[in-house]
Design a protein around this ligand. Structure first.
Ligand SMILES: [Zn+2]
Length: 403
């Protein structure tokens, strides 16, 4: 016979749930927490006093209540004190941020990355340098409770090894382990696919907040995806799920970096757009080059308009397949797909009308990312906070022990 959860398990669960409420929802009154969590007032009081004593939250009188009687104390996350380091490793940029509990970006560093090769020591060295700079500016009473990185590639969930990242030129790279060693913070580095983490970010804090079924499509050089189903990220058996960029939409189509042909990424990615627009060549790549195509189309450039229309049509095929299979309430376009979608929305919608089934598409909302270029970093921060939200007091005690 299996024993049920102990009092201690229940307390740990409730502490995490309360902390999650204020982490995602911001300052919340005790009265609201009582009703949202379905617990009684004395339990909420005990939980908040434990979290306050640990330095994870603080309680304050509300600024104004407008109501008679004793106001309910407001519980706020200790955003300036408790933080994580989040990283983003994309084809064109390396970014690091110090993010406070509650999702506040407290500090941020970024540099351009040269495409071509993946030099593990060099990349982790740059990120560790950013962290040293940011740590120098923190006060001694602050505490780092986690670290996580968003990487443009397929990541093995178990150990943070980047298995394949054609647009990073990375293969079988022990990224999490090496970055952890370089940072030397006494904390493991969680690693996730950038589009998966972008989905998590938009679902937690962006345009998809409160949407339980959504798909986030992230365009960089290639196309990545993150699928949130029933409020959970679909990672698959080993964590490689959601690679919608390598869904074949055009058999016999353009060659893809993965070795296949006609993948969504091959038909919709940066290279496809720039080649169609006659702009692929020396010095023309990245977000600025994609933006230039959309701007040229806006100004009436026929070649740019046709390129966007062609790419928009393939994007519509990809979205139609996803909508038929997953029936999301929302599809979010992020990264460079934000620009591509804005420049080809009519084409995407008409392809959807032709190829997606009516019941799946009739209540579908198409949106652009609310978090923009910060989506993947914000998602990495959420991954880094996951441990402390699961077991707040234990993780904080350990982090304090690290000094
Ligand atoms: Zn492919």
């Amino acid at each position: 016979m299996r024993a049920g959860p102990s009092q201690e398990d229940i307390r740990r669960h409730n502490l995490g749930a309360l902390l999650r409420h204020v982490h995602l929802g911001g300052p919340t009154s005790r009265a609201e927490l009582t009703s949202k969590m379905g617990l009684n007032r004395s339990t909420i009081m005990a939980l908040t006093s434990d979290l306050t004593a640990a330095g994870l939250v603080r309680e304050e009188l509300p600024r104004e209540t407008g109501r008679a009687g004793r106001p309910s104390l407001v519980v706020r996350p200790e955003s300036a004190r408790v933080y994580v380091f989040a990283f983003d490793v994309g084809p064109d940029r390396l970014a690091a941020a110090r993010v406070g509990l509650g999702g506040v970006i407290l500090d941020r560093r970024e540099t351009v990355r040269q495409r071509g090769s993946f030099e593990l020591a060099e990349l982790t060295g740059v990120l560790a340098g950013f962290v040293r700079q940011m740590r120098r500016e923190t006060s001694p009473d602050t505490v780092c409770v986690g670290t996580a990185a968003a990487v443009s590639g397929g990541v093995r969930r178990a150990d943070g090894v980047v298995r394949f990242g054609p647009n990073l030129k990375a293969e079988e790279v022990p990224f999490g382990e090496e970055l952890g060693r370089r940072l030397d913070l006494g904390l493991p580095v969680s690693v996730g696919n950038d589009a998966n983490l972008g989905a998590l970010a938009e679902h937690s804090r962006g345009v998809g907040a409160a949407v339980r079924d959504l798909i986030y499509l992230h365009g960089d050089v290639g196309i990545g995806g993150g699928i949130i189903a029933g409020g959970h990220l679909l990672g698959g058996h080993d964590g490689y799920g959601g690679e919608v960029g390598h869904m074949v939409v055009n058999p016999g189509g353009r060659a893809c970096g993965c070795g296949s042909h006609g993948c969504l990424e091959a038909e919709v990615g940066e290279r496809a757009l720039l080649e169609s627009a006659g702009r692929f060549g020396a010095g023309q790549h990245g977000r600025d080059a994609v933006r230039a195509v959309v701007e040229a189309a806006d100004r009436g450039d026929i070649v740019a308009q046709e390129a966007l229309s062609r790419v928009g049509d393939w994007l519509g095929f990809g979205v139609a397949n996803l909508v038929n299979v997953f029936n999301p309430a929302m599809v979010i376009f992020g990264g460079m797909l934000r620009e591509v979608y804005l420049g080809s929305a009519a084409q995407v919608r008409s392809r959807l009308t032709l190829s997606a089934m009516a019941p799946q598409r009739e209540r579908l909302r198409l949106r652009t990312s609310a978090l923009g270029d910060a989506a993947t970093l914000v998602g990495a921060a959420e991954l880094a906070f996951a441990h402390v939200l699961a077991d707040p007091l234990e993780v904080l005690a350990r982090a304090n022990g690290n000094g």
